[in-house]
Design a protein around this ligand. Structure first.
Ligand SMILES: NC(=O)c1ccc[n+]([C@@H]2O[C@H](COP(=O)([O-])OP(=O)(O)OC[C@H]3O[C@@H](n4cnc5c(N)ncnc54)[C@H](O)[C@@H]3O)[C@@H](O)[C@H]2O)c1
Length: 352
């Protein structure tokens, strides 16, 4: 049986991918430092091997019996990367390189890397770049998060040879339900805002473009990247997206989907906020080479999110765990406090 190592596999994408891999008959090992706990794996806890650890300090034992590796670990959005750019670089860039080198040394060829379409961002000011971009388009990412992903891509591409087959997936913004839920991704945020506030806020009027894709389609793209013949994918970059929409259209689609399940919602533009990302990309290469055509629409996904929120009772919408930056800040604060006394409730040296 093929065993896949998922680095960062207890996260939003990893939890869905792990379930999908198990369903397809793969054995799954997850290496994760569990920033967001292990709840995302509760449906499959007895069917995955979980190793708790940091991707920056891996040793070759983690690769025993593994035939391919998917790297989903590290900081996974702009605000967390800006919050600690040094840690972000260590995880997203350096650890990608070192884990890839470990794989190559161990004779594991297939290494799939979770990159991001935010690499294409140039902001709303640049009219000339407001066109459909593909994997050959010139990029010059500036933000900590996108630069760290791009630098990691460069390292991986330098390592390509007959014995190493890295595959890079630049994902658009992901939407949909995961057992490790994130409400800091635009479609999911809209659903949460609709259910809690009754209105959606369109920053910058929602004028910016975004490539978007459902998390289950993303899982299928990873599996296709593991299974594709080497000569088709070695050192290749693929954009993974279903559609490009302006955020204002995303809001309209979310509103319509919610109307069908009995939720009415208002849409309000807000032009005070200017720091928006803007890019649209082509997913044609993934379709042609990987045979991946993302199928799940925003509307279908929204209905599925609502159903799952009810099923899993994920109604504690303000729990900071669902928002990566809020959670990281809170963990840091808690760490400052606990590092003094060693415990929340007990005296140092007694029970913890
Ligand atoms: N979700 C999206 O919209 C999106 C879009 C494009 C790219 N990506 C990329 O896809 C990957 C997965 O994203 P996600 O939404 O599942 O993020 P997530 O934050 O939910 O999951 C990341 C997982 O990695 C783990 N992790 C973080 N640092 C680690 C470390 N140093 N050692 C071990 N484990 C560590 C976390 O505990 C978490 O379980 C990330 O690399 C992200 O940058 C995500």
């Amino acid at each position: 049986m093929h065993k896949v190592l998922l680095i960062g596999g207890a996260g939003y994408v990893g939890a869905v991918l792990a379930e999908e891999l198990i369903e397809r008959g793969y054995a799954v090992r997850i290496l994760d430092r569990l920033y967001y706990g292990r709840d995302g794996l509760k449906n499959i806890a007895d069917r995955v091997e979980l190793v708790v650890g940091d991707m920056r300090t891996l040793t070759p034992e983690i690769l025993k019996d593994v035939s391919s590796v998917v790297n989903l670990g590290g900081l996974s959005n702009d605000p967390t990367a800006e919050y600690n750019p040094e840690a972000n670089y260590e995880m997203n860039t350096v650890a990608t390189r070192t884990t890839a080198e470990l794989c190559k040394a161990a004779g594991i060829k297939r290494y799939v890397f979770a990159s991001s379409c935010s690499i294409y961002d140039r902001g709303v000011a640049e009219q000339a770049r407001d066109v459909l971009l593909d994997e050959t388009s010139e990029v010059s990412p500036k933000a900590a998060y996108s630069s760290s992903k791009y630098a990691a891509e460069r390292f991986l591409l330098e390592m390509v040879d007959d014995n190493f087959c890295p595959v890079i997936l630049r994902k658009g913004t992901v939407y949909g339900f995961s057992p490790r839920m994130r409400y800091d991704l635009v479609v999911n945020t809209f659903v949460k805002d609709a259910l809690t506030k009754g209105f959606l806020t369109l920053h910058f009027g929602g004028e910016m473009w975004r490539p978007l894709v459902d998390v289950r389609d993303v899982a299928r793209a990873y599996i296709a990247s593991i299974e594709a013949p080497e000569n088709k994918v070695r050192g290749e970059i693929f954009n993974i997206t279903r559609n490009n929409f302006r955020i204002s259209e995303v809001a309209l689609r979310v509103r319509e989907a919610l109307r069908q399940v009995g939720v009415t919602v208002d849409i309000r533009p807000d032009y005070s906020y200017k720091g928006v990302r803007n890019y649209r990309v082509s997913g044609i290469k993934a379709e042609q080479v990987l045979g991946i055509r993302p199928e799940i629409s925003i509307e279908e996904s929204v209905v599925n999110i609502v159903e799952n929120i009810q099923k899993y009772n994920y109604t504690d919408f303000e729990n900071p765990k669902y928002y990566n930056i809020r959670w990281m800040r809170l963990l840091e604060e808690a760490h400052q406090v606990i590092s003094v006394t060693g415990s929340v409730f007990y005296a140092s040296g007694s029970k913890s």
